[in-house]
Design a protein. Sequence first.
Length: 144
Amino acid sequence: MKILVVHGPNLNLLGIREPDVYGKVTLAEINSEISDLGNELGLDLHIMQSNSEGDLVDIIQSAQGLYNGILINPAAYTHTSVAIRDALSAVALPTVEVHLSNIHSREEFRSRSFIAPVVLGQISGFGTDSYLLGLRALSQHIKK
Ligand code: DQA
């Protein structure tokens, strides 16, 4: 089973970016934990990060026919991007949205997700575990 893992803008700066909000974990460390769990669950993962909305739309579009599901942290585009939402709707792959921080307990603008209505579900507020819980949920959903 092939899963596309997508990290959105500024997540490449984890570790030095707002550690009070996101902790000190780096993206490489998160990816290593995701990969370990992927191996445990027998998944074939492809992990990518981009700061560009267009690149994220392109990679989501290209997932159709190649992947069985998508795990995505759209980061700031969560709150702004109709284009990413439409791309996810268009490919119609099982998708789980994850966030490190609890987007519902921060600034009001963060509690609105353009992505949530077109995905299976959203996991928010558990740091790296949001990704791990999201991957387990996605894998279980697809295997059922
Ligand atoms: C984030 C939450 C977003 O509001 C923010 O713009 C991010 C990261 C998270 O993982 O908590 O860049 O998606």
